[in-house]
Ligand binder design. Structure first.
Ligand code: PBG
Length: 339
């Protein structure tokens, strides 16, 4: 007779076999769970994206990203020092210029806000913290697109490449360690790599936003950079329905000389993160974007989910999927939680 059957249960002729596999054995205590944990997020895995606005006098909170600031030139340097002290993996810089035009002129002038802030942040943190300015025109154009438009409004790929090359050289001259190529123009990694090398910046690394989807999750970022986007980005960013073209994009960026491959957004695209990790012999990054931050923050603010648990779980899931580097607005908070 099976002693585990509850009283009153009529034993059948042959008692059902007891489990031969008991995964719960290793989940019993905190110590055992700690012993068998496969993936851990470390502060060094985290890159912190920050915003700096030209002419701003006081740091200002972004309403759709509670807790995330538009920084002044002064406060962004302090943020970089904080990032270094927390042992974060890097800091990504996005800048909002005072003046925008059709070709994003302010992106390439040496005294433009992003170049100036890159110099100032690099001077502050030195070699302790990789500084990753964004290499894209959308913050600098009055139409909000990532490139140069033709008369009909479509984005001219090859004219945009020339602008990216100039911007990349300017950012490298400002001391950026890694340039975040987020524009999704064809051939941008190879084109920018050649321009950097020709200008003597062979050591400036390229973080390729290889698989970047045209995503609704970028909503709060548009507020953060005060985007005046006309239309949408579907003629250059990827269709969320497609996985195969992500592989094509990743292969192209590897062939063109990318140093790090990124998938963006993160949580809705973990299948792509996994595919990238299995495909390339480069560091793989994923970007937990503004809408992902906003979702967690908004529901936690309503008491619907546990903020701290959701932060750690989401970052752990992204790492488990294969991203060794995670860009996240939660980076400093997560570094505290992970201690
Ligand atoms: C474009 C860029 C965007 C983001 C990062 N770089 C916006 C876009 O592509 O529309 C979004 C990041 C986020 O939502 O957190 N340079």
């Amino acid at each position: 007779p099976n002693p585990h059957l509850s009283p009153g249960t009529v034993p059948s002729a042959a008692a059902p076999p007891l489990p031969t596999s008991r995964p719960r054995r290793l989940r019993r205590t905190p110590g055992l769970r700690n012993l068998v944990s496969e993936h851990r997020v470390h502060p060094a895995n985290l890159v912190w994206p920050v915003f700096v606005k030209e002419g701003l006098r006081e740091p200002r909170e972004i309403s759709s990203l509670p807790g995330v600031m538009q920084h002044t030139r002064d406060s962004v340097r302090k943020a970089a020092v904080e990032a270094a002290q927390l042992g974060l993996g890097g800091i990504m810089l996005f800048a909002i210029p005072e003046h925008r035009d059709a070709i994003g002129s302010a992106a390439t002038t040496p005294d433009g806000i992003l170049n100036a802030v890159t110099r100032e942040v690099v001077a502050e943190v030195g070699d302790a913290l990789p500084v990753i300015p964004d290499l894209c025109l959308d913050e600098f154009t009055d139409h909000g697109h990532c490139g140069v438009p033709r008369a009909d409004g479509s984005i001219d790929n090859d004219a945009t490449l020339a602008r990216y090359a100039d911007m990349a050289v300017a950012l490298a001259e400002s001391g950026g360690d890694v340039l975040g190529a987020s524009g999704m123009m064809d051939g941008q990694i190879g084109y920018v790599r050649s321009a950097l090398d020709a200008a003597g910046h062979t050591d400036t690394a390229l973080l390729a936003y290889a698989a970047k989807y045209a995503s609704a999750w970028y909503g709060p970022f548009r507020e953060a950079v005060e985007s005046q986007l006309q239309g949408d980005r579907r003629a250059y960013q990827q269709d969320p329905a497609n996985a195969t073209e992500a592989l094509r994009e990743i292969d192209a960026d590897v062939a063109e000389g990318a140093d790090i491959i990124m998938v963006k957004p993160a949580l809705p695209y973990l299948d792509i993160v996994r595919a990238a990790a299995e495909r390339v012999h480069l560091p793989v990054a994923a970007y937990q974007v503004s809408g992902e931050y906003a979702m967690i923050t908004a529901s936690a603010d309503r008491g619907w989910i546990d903020r701290k648990a959701a932060i750690v779980e989401s970052l752990t899931a992204i790492k488990r999927a294969g991203a060794g580097i995670i860009a996240s607005y939660f980076a400093p908070e997560a570094a505290h939680l992970l201690r």
